[in-house]
Structures are given as C-alpha cells and as structure tokens.
Design a protein around this ligand. Structure first.
Ligand SMILES: C[S@@+](CC[C@H](N)C(=O)[O-])C[C@H]1O[C@@H](n2cnc3c(N)ncnc32)[C@H](O)[C@@H]1O
Length: 412
C-alpha cells in the first residue's frame, strides 16, 4: 500500500524552536532540537483535542508539548531519560508564588560572595572549555541554590543557572556538536549578575503569567524519568501523543549538553557515558542488538543498507547506527501503542537524513514499522525541506530532505 505524503509547509517555520526563545517561560531553557510551540498547538487543533483529553510526550525534552498542553488546559504527561530534560520541564510547568520566589532570590543573593573550590570532572569539554575559576563560580552558585531552596523553587533557580552555564565556557553548540572557540560569550566577571538577571526575568514572567491567569485550568503535568521504549501501565491511557524522538543525525544530546549535565547531575565521564548508552540509539557510536526486528524485513531499508555499504565514502558505522535506531523506534512504537486509547493518534515529528548521498526516509520507514505493529497510518505531513551540508552538497549535489509528522492511529 502506498504511503500518503502531503505537504503542510505553512507549519515549517515552527519545526525549529526560534519562537520558543522569544516566548515567556518556554525561553527558560530551549533545546537546539526542540520544536516550536505553535507546531504543538496546530497538531492539537488538528486532532480536535479538548480539555478532557490526555496527551503524552514520551520524549519531552525541554517541555514544549507539556507547556502548550498546560496553557490549553489539557492534561499532559512527559517522560525523558536526561535529568536535564526532567528538571527544565518541571521548572517550566510548576505553579509558583512570586513572593516565595522573590524571598528565595534575596536569600540566594546574600550568600553569593563565597566562592569555594570544586575539582573539574574528568570530562574533556569541561576541562578544555571552562577555566577552573569559571567552574568554581558555577559550582558555588549551584551549592547556594541547593542549600537555600528546595523542591520546585530549587528547580526554578537551578534551571536559571543552567540556562547561563554555556555562556561561560569557551565553546559553541551552534552546529549541534560542541566546538571549542577562543573565549566564552560572556566574561566571567559577569557570571553572578547574568544569573541574577536571568532568574529575575524568569520571576517577572511567572508574575505576568499568574496575572493573566494563564495557569487557570492547566494542571501541573506528571513528568517522569522513563525510557520511552518501555511500557508503563500506571499512567493510564492517552488520547494522543505529540512528540519528537531523536533524529538519526549523529547528534548526541549528552555531548550537546555536557556542561549542563556536569554542572548539576553527573560526577564524571563514566556517568556521562552510562547516560549516553541508555538514550535512544541515534548517534554514531550506537550499535544494533542481536534481536530479530521488524526493520530487517522492511524492503526500502534493506535497499538503503545495501546502498550505504556500496558507497565508497560511507562511514561504516552508519548502517549499524540506523539498524539500532529503528530497533529503538520499533520498541517505542510498541510501547506507545499500548498506552493509547482506541482511535487515539500519535503525531511523531521526525527528520529524514542523508549519508554519503544515500537518502534515509525516516518518516516513511517509521510509518511502515508503525503499520507492522498494528497502527493505521494516517499519512505523513511534510512540514519542511532541509538543505544538506556544504560538504554533502559538494560531494553529492543539492538534495533536500524532509522534516515530517508521521500520523499513526490506533484502531478502534
Ligand atoms: C528531539 S528531543 C525532544 C525535544 C522536545 N520535543 C522539545 O520541544 O524540547 C528528544 C528527547 O528525547 C530524549 N530521549 C532520548 N532517548 C530517550 C529514551 N529512550 N526515552 C525517553 N527519552 C529519551 C532526549 O533526552 C531528548 O530530550
């Protein structure tokens, strides 16, 4: 059966998180890989979900789906495996008393003079990009936040700190991978001020949202550390899923956010590697397992593997990474199938990728796996065409790749 592919290019500008950077609360911490809040809003409208609906985002990242649902009064549950995602998603969706935030701010501010010494963890980018003085200052602020606040207020201030950490390391994350640069974006002498300005701005945004009654009806979502590949019965069933799993584009979240992870959650490189190994296998070190998987029977995928193996320029780790990626996709789709109510729809935002001139239609293969699991494909909505990298363009010519929403419905 042929896959129905329709363009919805008017949503393309919301595929990336630029609008979130300008939006109250969303801007507290934006992932490079987040989708825009309007994309979520449009999907929820398209699915005609009302306030009685329950929505799940099993890869909640920095919480875009959760926050949009909350503002629409829709109950939402989020999962993720990165502690950073859990922290910032919770911080963005909690309800706060502004008086409490301002009082805590005063307590934190009055304790900031003392700077202790903290050994840097044995993590390469931290050692190369952060001076010892910068690390000491970041850790001293973290310590004050941890001791002067607790619960959701602590999450709020910690999110404020992690939102500024990358500005004090001599590296850039613009390309999706940390790259060393000559000097940090902001001089170290401004660290405390930058932190205080940030949490002040965050508090003002809470005050504004409270006064606009933006939280009215919007319950605080349940957000849990959970592997989307495993089912979880205690959460009940959902009317829809709006999510975006990692793309198989070699990007590795634990590398992109090493500084934030090391600043607040991980002690050493060993813990970082363990976290990396637990995440969805979308990056180049990922290896497939021995289990027999649906992906091994999907013909377009077999052709892609052959083309990659025959391409003289292909990195020979890519076929293994792609198999591992689809093994994970199969597990995820099986898990979410069980979590959906009859007739419920999963809207899954994915990006196609191209390796050594070989196009991998991630959207179509995801839809095919979904069908084999028992979903009814509702078609693929193409929201954007992305250009290829200058190097790929030089070697293989200009070919765009789709960024799409795979719509899968569970039968009645
Ligand atoms: C593309 S990002 C999601 C971004 C999100 N839509 C947003 O707007 O911020 C993918 C997320 O999946 C998470 N992740 C990776 N592997 C996971 C797994 N096995 N289970 C749950 N979450 C996972 C990553 O930590 C990351 O936060």
């Amino acid at each position: 059966m042929k896959m129905q592919i329709t363009e919805k290019l008017e949503w393309g500008k919301y595929a990336r998180p630029s609008e979130n950077k300008q939006s109250a609360i969303h801007n507290w911490f934006v992932y490079h890989h987040s989708f825009g809040k309007t994309l979520v809003s449009e999907i929820l409208n398209e699915l005609k979900l009302d306030r009685k609906a329950r929505v799940l985002d099993p890869f909640c990242g920095s919480g875009t789906t959760l926050l949009v649902c909350q503002h629409k009064g829709i109950e939402c549950v989020g999962m993720d495996l990165m502690p950073l995602s859990i922290l910032v998603s919770r911080a963005k969706t909690n309800h706060y008393s502004v008086v409490n935030l301002r009082n805590t701010f005063k307590k934190i501010e009055s304790s900031l003079d003392r700077i202790d010494s903290y050994p840097k963890p044995d993590i390469s980018i931290i050692n190369k990009a952060f001076t010892q003085k910068a690390w000491d200052q970041i850790q001293s602020i973290r310590e004050v936040v941890e001791t002067r606040s607790c619960g959701k207020v602590r999450d709020f201030f910690l999110t404020g700190l992690l939102g500024v950490v990358s500005s004090f390391g001599a590296y850039s994350n613009d390309g999706g991978f940390p790259r060393l640069v000559r000097r940090p974006k902001v001089p170290l002498k401004d660290l405390q001020l930058t932190f205080m300005n940030r949490v002040n701005k965050m508090t003002n945004e809470v005050e504004l949202c409270n006064s606009l009654h933006q939280y009215d009806g919007g319950r605080v979502p349940i957000i849990i550390t959970h592997d989307a590949r495993n089912t979880l019965n205690k959460l009940g069933r959902f009317d829809a899923i709006v999510t975006s799993p990692p793309y198989p584009n070699r990007h590795d979240y634990t590398r992109v956010y090493t500084a934030e992870l090391a600043a607040a959650f991980l002690k050493n490189n060993e813990e970082l590697k363990k976290l990396r190994a637990r995440l969805f296998r979308s990056h180049i070190e990922a290896k497939p397992d021995d289990t027999v998987s649906l992906i091994d029977e999907i013909r377009p995928f077999i052709k892609i593997l052959r083309a990659l193996r025959e391409s003289p320029k292909a990195d020979d780790r890519v076929p293994g990474m792609l198999r591992a990626y689809y093994q994970d996709m199969e597990k995820t789709l099986s898990a979410i199938w069980k979590l959906l109510k009859p007739n419920a729809v999963a809207a899954i935002v994915v990006g196609n990728v191209r390796f050594s001139g070989v196009m991998v239609p991630v959207d179509e293969i995801t839809a095919l796996i979904g069908r084999n699991i028992g979903f009814i494909s509702q078609g693929i909505l193409v929201i954007r065409y992305r250009g290829n990298s200058p190097q790929q363009m030089r070697d293989f010519g200009k070919i765009t790749s789709r960024e799409s929403i795979v719509m899968l419905r569970k039968g009645a």
